[in-house]
Design a protein around this ligand. Sequence first.
Ligand code: SF4
Ligand code: MSK
Length: 631
Amino acid sequence: MKTLEDLTSIEQMEADTAKLKEIACSVCAETWEDRNKKQTPHCKFGEDGICCKNCSMGPCRITPKASRGICGADAHAIAARNYLRTIAAGTSAHSDHAREILHILHGASRDGNYHVRDEQKLLRLAQEWEVATEGRDIYDIAHDVAEVGLMEFGKIHGNQRFIKRATAERQKVWHDQGIEPRAIDREIATSLHMTHMGNSADPEALVRQGLRTGISNGWGGSMLGTEITDILFGTPTVRTTEGNLGVLEKDMVNIVVHGHDPAFSEMVVTAAEIKELVDYAKSKGAKGINIVGLCCTANEVAMRHGVRMAGNFLQQENAVLTGAVEMMCVDVQCIFPALAPLSECFHTKFVTSSPIARIPGSIYVEFKPETAFEQAKGLIKMAIDNYQSRDRSKVFIPSTKQTAVVGYPTEQIIKHLDGVTNSHVDEIGSYRPAIDAIKAGVLRGAVAIVGCNNPRVRPDYSHFEIMKELLQNDILIVATGCAAQLATKAGLLNKDAKYVCGAGLRRVCELVNIPPILHMGACVDISRMMLLATGIAKDWGVDTTQIPVVGCAPEWMSEKAVSIANYVVSTGIDVYLGIEPQVRGSTQMMDLITQGTRNIVGAGYIINKDPHELVKSILEGIEAKRAGLGI
Ligand code: SF4
Ligand code: MSK
């Protein structure tokens, strides 16, 4: 790869989708494109956030002739309450995911299905939480750490433990503003209580609670999820893999793992490697078993096992449409219920595994930690048995795929930076080389690009345009979630992608031996980005709000994304959005989320649907931060 032309363009990706769409038509299957058409134009009241159904006197809608609901709530109160409910739902999703992982750690044992893979990380966390380690069995420590972690959800007194990891300045802001998060479940419950009929109607109070609830996610639930997942399955390391639908194999049993919680997919990946099952697949005429990932489960297993990634959110139906998927195994979040009727048009077995995500028409195999490995083996056998049912006349696997280098948690980033300065002992374990490059102007700054893709804009286009332009402007990118998957599909996670960068960033990539976009994981791992920004700020001797680092979610769609945006803003980092939050019906709310939060936490949203305009704002924002630091 030497030029932009070597990347996979959005047009190429769309051409693959168009061919798969023809297959959908031929089997009379509906896809998100069809449903999107039928839903357009969207309900204006919903779009503007001014429909309330929080009690049965309603629903009430704000119109020119009805400026208040029956109880007297105005557009600002209604939009703010809806916004806070969105944050509460997003926080609940990430945090409940973390709770499940903590329960797995709690039950981990030497002879069980789940083990402690990163003992050092467990010991560091035990020390941070003052759990005794001296002379104790690692599984006893794991048990106690899990207990302490689980208490974070319902503790009676005190705040989230991880907020002590933030800069001292940030902690003071949260304290002074009264938004230090208490128990995670309490912040979610308080949000629902505040928005219950007859409670808060003050948009600022509701936005403040949104920030607090967001922090309970980013510096609570999500951070717990990431830490404990690393302890259980290993802290990710740099791996080379591939991405896009071309990773499906025409002569192998294809199993797609999709969702977010790696407890399930880890077992599937491990079971697929056992000889007995590989031999069984061969006995059925396949060349082997091919496990691939979708959405954030893909990010999890790619970073820890190098498992290849079939694509991001809006590509989930495309995987089934290839006609080559024997089984789609899902866990939680971002799963289309549409996969059930679609799978029926093919031979695909659609398997759900969590009581959190029950979908009519799926095969439900409730995943239990005690029997996880045996269940995974059973599912793989079911997929193998299904291989012979594949109708080869219906198979079309696009050949498009790209090589990707993934697996850059903060630990790996520091390790790579250390490689540059290993002659300076005092600098080992610091972000100094990155800071020096930013100070010198070789790098102008960094942008965290995160989030989903969304039919409200041309899917993946905004991600791609923003990424290319930022790289050309010497901005280092860190990515998670479906944004990272787009970078994978495009070829931007390839180390050779440095050829599309400006001279400064290219030099840094060569020196540090990294691709210009660092894949940091799943959407729950945006907490890693908070620690990265905090590490840089601490080494710089400033607060996170001062460094030339911003967040960007050009195509977000989920409630989790709104919760994330709230903890990123609370961390003092501006968030650039390509999709407007649904509060436009309230001028007060638009003002609060773009300006008002700046008076509370020093950051806010900048919203623009046009990716090029958004890049312009990002570059201006980064240059303003640089000027503020006198560089
Ligand atoms: Fe209408 Fe008020 Fe009930 Fe909402 S809470 S539905 S605005 S009466
Ligand atoms: S999977 S939340 S579509 S990033 Fe995390 Fe992708 Fe967004 Fe789901």
